[in-house]
Design a protein. Structure first.
Length: 437
């Protein structure tokens, strides 16, 4: 068991590293040290930060070993010490030094993994610390992907185009009724779940309708064409203020082309596929669209109930389709494409209620603020989640095409500022059902 677990851990660490290499070798070294956007780190910072977190937790804490190149670099790569905008001015490791550093850390980590029994400390149970670091690297890979999307210049990444949808969505109901009743939210058993997903607890949810699919580009275009960006009545007060200040008129990366729109995606200008979930919208835009559609954003509990609750068995599943891990037939995850798949592409991934594409494709904004569940306990460090509670942050659910399966579960929670839209975020809408809430 432990040998198999260690083998799985090594495979997961290597998959993350291959992805990190793809993202940092796709551009030359001068681009690695460039800041492509003030809201993002230079890619070389992410690279060495990945190595530094891995060193702190696995080499020094788990392994009890000496610093790999001295501990004076720790503060450079502490995300809380330096805002992203200041990171290019720091005396960072150069690209070759960073590559050498992450390689040296990894070889020590594989040795620690080899000679450490995965027991005796909570941090080691079921390989949690290794799982946490694998997830951390994959999360930074997703951040680096957002940096790639923001950078100007010719395309540096490529991937196949998703195939056409497997089902004709016009033949399916556009909304699904989720009846009233309690369900189990969060988890106390998922071995690599992070502290904010814990503990499992009962939540009573009123009846509601949820969109069968995420909102598509074609649907979003109707909102634009109907003057959605010009009508303050559709926006929250703060949303309208931001819409004006930031001069929002369409999703990020869309640009006018005659009377229509095209988009820039990883350095390529292209037509906008109408049947693809919309992405790169702020929470404020999602909220305004929902109001225009006569709906609202779902709460986080509604989203998770629609995704995980199995009414026949009266329990929550790990994923919408059941307890088995994601596969390419069930969800668009893991950067196999560089975009969401059309709606109707994953009938095998539908939830017990018949809601599609809850996992993969786009992160979905919910109307909920990020906070701890009842019984929350920070672990293993406050800076992962707890320091963000009670700030102006909205929860996103479901993971996007850019998310590796290791960082994607029915319980996984992401969060961001309501003005952010460089992330691969879209949304779907909900509305109250008969009987109200
Ligand atoms: Fe980090």
């Amino acid at each position: 068991m432990s040998d198999q677990l260690k083998e799985d851990i090594a495979v997961g660490l290597d998959r993350a590293r291959q992805r990190t290499k793809t993202l940092t070798e796709a551009v030359d070294d001068s681009e690695l040290t460039t800041q492509h956007s003030p809201i993002m780190s230079p890619l070389v910072w992410d690279l060495a930060h990945i190595g530094n977190q891995e060193e702190l937790w696995l080499v020094r804490d788990v392994g009890g070993r000496e610093p790999v190149i001295g501990d004076q670099i720790d503060q450079l790569y502490d995300a809380f010490k330096h805002p992203r905008s200041n990171r290019p001015q720091l005396p960072l490791l150069s690209p070759p030094e960073s590559r050498q550093y992450v390689d040296d850390v990894r070889s020590k980590v594989l040795d620690v993994l080899d000679c450490t029994p995965l027991e005796g400390r909570r941090l080691l149970e079921q390989g949690f610390a290794f799982g946490m670091i694998t997830q951390h690297e994959q999360q930074h890979d997703e951040t680096m992907l957002a940096t790639h999307q923001l950078r100007s210049g010719a395309a540096a990444l490529s991937a196949p185009t998703p195939p056409p949808p497997a089902v004709d969505v016009a033949k399916l109901a556009s909304e699904v009724l989720i009846p009233a009743g309690p369900f189990t939210m969060g988890t106390s058993t998922e071995p690599w779940a992070l502290d904010n997903e814990r503990p499992a607890h009962n939540v009573d949810v009123g009846p509601f309708w949820l969109d069968t699919f995420p909102v598509t580009n074609a649907q979003y275009l109707e909102f634009i064409d109907a003057g959605g960006y010009a009508d303050p009545r559709l926006w929250s007060a703060r949303g309208w203020e931001h819409r004006q200040e930031a001069d929002l008129a369409a999703p990020q990366f869309w640009q006018r082309d005659g009377n229509g729109w095209i988009r820039r995606r990883f350095g390529m200008l292209e037509q906008i596929p109408g049947n693809e979930p919309v992405q790169h919208v702020t929470w404020f835009e999602a909220d305004a669209y929902a109001r225009w559609a006569g709906k609202r954003l779902p709460t986080e509990a509604e989203w998770e109930k629609a995704a995980r609750h199995d009414p026949a068995q009266g329990r929550s599943r790990r994923y919408p389709w059941g307890d088995d891990n994601p596969t390419p037939e069930r969800a668009n995850l893991g950067q196999q494409f560089l975009q969401p798949s059309p709606v109707g592409s994953y009938p095998a991934g539908a939830s017990a209620y018949g809601v599609h594409q809850l996992i993969g494709d786009v992160w979905e904004w919910t109307c909920s603020d990020f906070t701890g569940y009842p019984g929350f306990a920070a672990w293993p460090y406050r800076e992962y989640s707890e320091v963000f509670f009670g700030m102006d942050l909205k929860v996103l659910r479901g993971g996007a095409w850019s998310v590796d399966p290791v960082v994607c579960r029915g319980t996984f929670r992401n969060w961001d500022l309501p003005i952010r839209r460089q992330i691969f975020a879209g949304f779907r809408c909900a509305r109250d059902a008969e009987g109200g809430r």
